[in-house]
Design a protein around this ligand. Structure first.
Ligand code: PGA
Length: 250
């Protein structure tokens, strides 16, 4: 049985006061069974240590990105080595905002998966199609190219959570319906079975992201191939507690 995975992506939101309030009033009040559920929140890099110290339960803390480079003369970059030193075990990679606003291509994302893995970090690797690609029936073609790039670098799949985030659903209020999301998750799992192995297909968590809220999470999690969520806007609100508590596999 795959553990439910709930990620909260805070993006470039939150200040010191928010971190303190959100940890004390929301995150520390969430109760979940860590043998069945994993919860990871991803604040700004400069808040990682603070949030890690403020959290008093089993919620883990994740980076939102790491650099492709290691230590050295790379002004402004934060390496996986530095994240590991800080005690961070997770990083989001290839979020659509990184792909579209900062030019990260499939190969860059795949190479970052390896950078993370080299330091023992787990990756939440984001994949998903744009509205135009969906309308042209290219959803699986786009996703397969994103997955193929990761396959090409021969990663340790046990350290990867795949986040299916249709770009048209991120921050728009347009959540994929449970059937739409399940269809793609099922095809991603079929790809893993064919291209990697049955074991990897059975064990890899495939989570959904894109305008998930406390009103939509309950129906999405009922679908066989939806193993959890990557949550943006609602992760900054008290709704995050309800989403975690409602996200149980029966
Ligand atoms: P959203 O963001 O929940 O605000 O749509 C999800 C994400 O970008 O990971």
């Amino acid at each position: 049985m795959r553990k439910v995975f709930i990620g909260g992506n805070w993006k470039s939101n939150g200040n010191l006061a928010f971190c303190k309030k959100h940890c004390e009033e929301v995150l520390n009040k969430i109760s979940f069974d860590k043998t069945k559920t994993e919860v990871v929140v991803s604040p700004l890099s400069i808040h990682l240590s603070l949030v890690k110290d403020l959290i008093k339960n089993d919620i883990q803390v994740s980076a939102q990105n790491i650099s492709l480079t290691k230590e050295g003369a790379f002004t402004g970059e934060i390496s996986a080595i530095a994240m590991k030193d800080l005690g961070i075990n997770w990083t989001i990679l290839g979020h659509s905002e990184r792909r579209t606003l900062y030019g990260e291509c499939n190969e860059t994302v795949a190479n970052k998966v390896i950078r993370a893995e080299e330091q023992g970090l787990n990756s939440i690797a984001c994949i998903g199609e744009t509205k135009e690609q969906r309308e042209k029936n290219e959803t699986m073609k786009v996703i397969q190219a994103q997955l193929q790039a990761i396959k090409n670098v021969k990663p340790d799949w046990s350290k990867i959570v795949l986040a299916y985030e249709p770009v048209w659903a991120i921050g728009t209020g347009l959540t994929a319906t449970p059937d739409q999301a399940q269809e793609v998750h099922n095809e991603i799992r079929a790809w893993l079975k064919k291209e990697i192995s049955e074991k990897v297909a059975n064990e890899t968590r495939i989570i959904y992201g894109g305008s998930v809220s406390d009103t939509t999470a309950g129906d999405l999690i009922k679908k066989n191939d939806i193993d959890g969520f990557l949550i943006g806007g609602a992760a900054l609100k008290p709704a995050f507690k309800k989403i975690v508590e409602d996200s149980k596999k029966i």
